[in-house]
Design a protein around this ligand. Structure first.
Ligand code: GLC
Length: 536
């Protein structure tokens, strides 16, 4: 037992995660009872899963309400007005369940309990009710692939071959040969056997071939759905099932299970589930699987285009190849492998930052912002762990601790640029990044073509300007984004009549055209313009 604890602690330490209570005695098995579906009424507008803009939030880093330096659900609840005014229509909460690695949260120890530092189930219920009152949906992170090594189910299985929970996990008496996954060797030695843990010794994989394990997860999902959550972000879905050393990723069984989950959610009315498969997202966006998935890849190409000053072919390729209208789009998230904070990427090039944001918020898909992205939140520094540097406290004001906590210090140092990039300062400045995001989100919400309309590119690879149209229900929008740091012109399709269009973004801006055959749009350096066809 103690050896396992040490191994898990070491593994977690390599992930840079704090390990609290490592020496605690084995906890009781948490509630595994069956949960019957009891769908609560939803007050969200029909079609909410296809429209609007989501915000990914780390509760720990958002707002502390009780002065312990750690963000909590009550703090987040107090910031819902801010999110509503920003135009946010959905929140993805990174893990809020009780976990072994508290900060990261993906090593769950109790799937039906709230992480104690975040508050209680009552705090969660209140948060949910207040979000719903503001028309904001809430989806929560859910990890089916693995538990924490400190989950009492795993502890029981680990300690005794007679445990009723042994076959909830994946064991081998001999060390299986020839395995090599993204984290290297996935078989971990423990108590004279080997267990499978694809990420880390501290996160043993569940045996999802055991129907009891699947039932356990489905019951947990109903537990949260019955409380009123609007859906889930499913973690690490590419590695749910493994068949051999050569087939541990993207196995057909992953989709079968997710389809079952999809059906469960469908029984609750309009719900949203979105899956995380960085390596191969498209198959998970199928209705025969998860139904939606994060459009990994696209984010890097958009960001690179805005950095390079020209449209990368990869953007067009992704838009052709991925089922983007069914996908969740984003520019950055909490994982370093997906990219860094945009403030770091663009490093003072706010024009590039704005062009990238405008691209995200005018393309098809369901856009997700990463908390603080809208104010240019920087990296938490100095931290050696790259993931943690992306998860700094939100900057609310230029007051002490950036208005995040009244404690002596926050759980993690404030981000590098909190004195200049905070909500209070940017709120006052009409030309701020925050107000740029607000205006773009308002535009997306007022023009359904931007959410659900068709997409037609009017650009080719390597052009400075990304021009495209979005069309829905008789309404056509033309988006023009100049990625270059110098003025550019862009040829519009034959027959384009400038007089038939009006500028809808930014408010008060004028479009400039030259020539007639074809008409050329003239754009200033890094200028963004959205036009709408006047009704004929
Ligand atoms: C996903 C999460 C990541 C986590 C991993 C294991 O990739 O986004 O943060 O470490 O799954 O749960």
């Amino acid at each position: 037992m103690s050896l396992r604890r040490i191994l898990a602690a070491l593994a977690l330490a390599t992930f840079g995660l704090a390990l609290h209570g490592a020496a605690a005695a084995q906890a009781a098995i948490p509630d595994l009872g069956a949960v019957a579906a009891a769908p609560p009424a939803s007050t969200l507008p029909a079609g909410w899963t296809q429209r609007g803009v989501f915000m990914e939030i780390l509760v720990r880093a958002y707002q502390d309400s009780d002065g312990d330096g750690i963000g909590d659900l009550a703090g987040l609840t107090s910031r819902l007005d801010y999110l509503q005014a920003l135009g946010i229509t959905g929140i993805w909460l990174m893990p809020v369940f009780a976990s072994e690695d508290h900060d990261h949260g993906y090593a769950v120890v109790n799937y039906r309990a709230i992480e104690p530092a975040y508050g209680t189930l009552a705090d969660f219920d209140r948060f949910l009710a207040e979000a719903h009152q503001r028309g904001i949906a809430v989806i929560i992170d859910y990890v089916m692939n693995h538990a924490a090594a400190a989950h009492p189910l795993f502890e029981s299985a680990y300690d005794s071959r007679q445990s009723p929970y042994v076959d909830w996990f994946i064991w081998s008496e001999e060390k299986p040969k020839g395995w090599n996954t993204f984290s290297g060797e996935p078989w971990r030695e423990g108590n004279q056997r080997w267990y499978y843990a694809v990420f880390d010794a501290g996160m043993p994989d569940f045996n999802l071939r055991n129907p009891k394990v699947v039932d356990f997860h489905l019951d947990n999902l109903r537990f949260w759905l019955n409380r009123g959550v609007d859906g889930f972000r499913f973690d690490a879905v590419g590695v749910l099932f493994e068949n051999s050393a050569a087939a541990w990723e993207n196995q057909p069984e992953n989709h079968e299970l997710l389809k079952r989950v999809h059906a469960l959610l469908a029984g609750y009315g309009e719900k949203y589930m979105v899956c995380e498969s960085p390596g191969d997202p498209a198959p998970f966006a199928s209705p025969d699987s998860c139904g939606s998935a994060f459009a990994f890849g696209l984010q890097k190409h958009i960001v690179a285009s805005a950095q390079l000053g020209r449209l990368k072919d990869d953007v067009l390729y992704s838009l052709r190849k991925l089922p983007v209208p069914r996908m969740a789009t984003f520019l950055a998230n909490h994982d370093y492998f997906a990219g860094t904070r945009l403030a770091r990427t663009f490093d003072g090039d706010e024009g590039g930052y704005r062009a990238a944001a405008a691209t995200l918020l005018t393309l098809p898909g369901l856009p997700f912002l990463y908390y603080g992205e809208e104010i240019g939140l920087g990296l938490a520094a100095p931290v050696s762990n790259a993931d943690q540097s992306l998860r700094g406290p939100m900057s609310w004001s230029a007051e002490r601790n950036a208005g995040f906590t009244s404690a002596d210090k926050p759980f993690r140092a404030n981000v590098a640029n909190w004195q200049t990039h905070n909500v209070a300062a940017e709120d006052r400045n009409p030309a701020s990044l925050l107000n740029w995001y607000r205006a773009l989100i308002a535009l997306r919400k007022s023009e359904p073509a931007l959410s659900v309309g068709s997409f037609t590119s009017l650009s080719e690879r390597d052009q400075a300007v990304f021009a495209f149209t979005r069309e829905h229900d008789g309404s056509t929008l033309l988006v023009l984004i100049n990625y270059a740091r110098k003025p550019a012109t862009h040829a519009l399709p034959a027959g384009f009549q400038p007089g038939e269009w009006q500028v809808v973004f930014p408010q008060g801006a004028k479009a400039a055209f030259t020539g007639t055959k074809p008409a050329l749009a003239k754009l200033a350096a890094q200028q963004v313009l959205v036009l709408k066809k006047k009704p004929s």
